[in-house]
Ligand binder design. Structure first.
Ligand SMILES: Cc1cc2nc3c(=O)[nH]c(=O)nc-3n(C[C@H](O)[C@H](O)[C@H](O)COP(=O)(O)OP(=O)(O)OC[C@H]3O[C@@H](n4cnc5c(N)ncnc54)[C@H](O)[C@@H]3O)c2cc1C
Ligand SMILES: NC(=O)c1ccc[n+]([C@@H]2O[C@H](COP(=O)([O-])OP(=O)(O)OC[C@H]3O[C@@H](n4cnc5c(N)ncnc54)[C@H](O)[C@@H]3O)[C@@H](O)[C@H]2O)c1
Length: 474
């Protein structure tokens, strides 16, 4: 006998659990099916442990600023790497507790294993059949690790294993300087390891604007070696070391952090039993509004769909998928403005349309340099730059990229005004306090206005509804 349910959710990560909460507003008739550890990638091996490691790293790194700021005794500070990693795990355990409790609260509706579609309405799970009116696939992604690198065993770690280590040997190659490699590479370097970072692309940390990326690379180079546009080959060396070969250079390291990107967990779901199309990356083609696979009652949410692999988007995807799966008369929903932040110092961020996505013929760029920005200078964080992109046609802000102090906050402000459809002038009419890093954002906006060839006819203040009396000759 098959178990019949209104909604089956495959994957108990952020997208799956958010789909669950959205679905529970409508029906209790939901099963959650998860294979692998519970607790979500973000809380277990992703966002949270990486930021906990960065917190220790930044704190230790600040000793140089403390000394410059007149605080004495900083030369006595040192890092106890085992204690750092222990703290990361203890915070991790707190963060995963909530997601685990949520899954367990389902009781016998929380199922373990890897289900397979037999047809669009039927899943097979460990010999049992589940007939679901609709299904949400939210199986996430996993780190890319080439097979020959696996043969090197524990000498090659990914973000899945690094936080489990009791200690870390001093010489490390970080291969891949996207978001994961830039954050973890800088964290390890600031904690005192000798880090050499390599990446295939010319830009790092998910940035696409070469000038912003160069500004970040200059900052990273204060802590670690950075080689861009470089393909890496790994070979085993004596005493459990690894040879990192790039062109005709060979470097010996104790271990390697492979941060080459992530691959969607799409295999084994039996999608070949359904009439679905796949794109060039092997991801089933889905509707960008509903996340639905063709006409099937199947929705795909979170990292597994490869579209916006960050936490808040995975959560939105889960909400969207459950909403459309359970509302035949659903309203159209649009996406929030794209926002990606990488927590290096300075923070790297991309907001709205990236530099690579924009048509350069039809935009102007306004730039601010943080090396002389007042507030950043006081805090010893005066490095990096911010570039805003505005449409030539109507001066609307379209996007921004930055490697900037307090970039996580500047990026939010920009995302909010871009989502509101504001123009450069309209943003300049908003309040800017003094002295704050937001004044750097104002400089970039003023530069964009100059590039637009616009001249201010009034001071940068909101206009009254009515003209003032004297202007009317009264
Ligand atoms: C090191 C690192 C740092 C990150 N930092 C940030 C950050 O600072 N900010 C940010 O926004 N994002 C960050 N991310 C990205 C963020 O973690 C992901 O976008 C988010 O966790 C994706 O959630 P998800 O629900 O799609 O997948 P997951 O949370 O991975 O959930 C997928 C679930 O499905 C299960 N599963 C897999 N295959 C099957 C199957 N066949 N059957 C059943 N179950 C299956 C898995 O075990 C898992 O429980 C980071 C990622 C990493 C790796
Ligand atoms: N703060 C954040 O929001 C945050 C932090 C970490 C991860 N994430 C998410 O996790 C996802 C995965 O991050 P990631 O950094 O693993 O992937 P990524 O795709 O962002 O970067 C992978 C990098 O590896 C490089 N690379 C690939 N193969 C290589 C090779 N053979 N040799 C040298 N370099 C190679 C690529 O050039 C690329 O720069 C990201 O898309 C991001 O959305 C987000």
């Amino acid at each position: 006998m098959a178990r019949r349910v209104r909604l089956a959710i495959i994957g108990a990560g952020t997208a799956g659990l958010t789909a669950l909460k959205e679905a529970q507003r409508i029906t209790p008739d939901v099963v959650l099916i998860n294979d692998g550890p519970y607790g979500t990638t973000c809380a277990r091996v992703g966002c949270m442990p990486s930021k906990a490691l960065l917190a220790s790293a930044h704190a230790f790194h600040d000793r140089a600023f403390l000394a410059e700021a007149g605080v004495r005794g900083t030369e006595a500070l040192s890092v106890d790497m085992s204690a750092v990693l222990e703290r990361v795990r203890s915070l991790r355990d707190r963060f995963i507790a909530g997601p685990i409790r949520l899954a367990e609260s389902l009781g016998e509706r929380n199922l373990r294993g890897r289900p397979r579609f037999l047809d669009p309405h039927t899943l097979e799970l460990g010999g049992e059949r589940i007939e679901a009116e609709a299904t949400v696939i939210a199986t996430g992604s996993r780190p890319v690790l080439p097979e020959p690198w696996r043969q090197l065993g524990k000498r090659v770690l990914t973000s899945d294993d690094i936080f489990e280590q009791e200690d870390l040997l001093p010489r490390v190659a970080v291969v891949g300087l996207g978001a994961v490699g830039a954050e973890l590479g800088q964290a390890l370097a600031q904690l005192g390891l000798h880090v050499s970072g390599f990446t295939l692309t010319e830009t790092v940390a998910g940035l696409t604007d070469p000038q912003v990326s160069q500004a970040l690379i200059r900052c990273l180079r204060a802590d670690m070696q950075v080689f861009t546009g470089t393909e890496v080959h790994l070979e085993p060396a004596d005493y459990n070391a690894v040879h990192v070969r790039t062109g005709d250079r060979t470097m010996e390291v104790d271990w390697v952090l492979a941060s080459l990107g992530r691959r969607p967990n799409i295999e084994g779901l039996g999608l070949e039993n359904l009439d679905v199309e796949f794109d060039g990356q092997g991801i089933p083609v889905f509707d960008s509004t509903t996340r639905r696979l063709g006409k099937h009652p199947i929705y795909i949410a979170g990292d597994v769909n490869g579209e916006r692999p960050v936490l808040h988007e995975a959560a939105d995807d889960g909400r969207i998928a459950a909403y459309f799966a359970l509302h035949p008369d659903a309203q159209c929903l649009t996406r929030r403005t794209a926002l990606g932040i990488v927590f290096t110092t300075p923070n790297a961020a991309r907001v709205g349309q990236s530099y690579a996505e924009l048509d350069h013929e039809h935009i102007v760029v306004g730039e601010a340099d943080f090396s002389r920005q007042g507030r950043a200078l006081m805090a010893g964080r005066n490095a990096g730059c911010l570039r805003v992109y505005a449409a030539t046609a109507d001066a609307r802000l379209l996007g921004a990229e930055m490697a900037a102090p307090e970039g996580e906050h500047l990026a939010h402000l920009l995302a909010w005004v871009i989502q509101q459809g504001l123009t450069v002038d309209e943003v300049l009419q908003l309040p800017f306090y003094h002295p704050v890093v937001e004044e750097g954002l104002r400089s970039a906006l003023q530069a964009a206005r100059r590039e637009l060839g616009q001249h201010r006819r009034t001071p940068d203040l909101p206009l009254c509804e009515e003209p003032v009396d004297w202007a009317l000759g009264k």
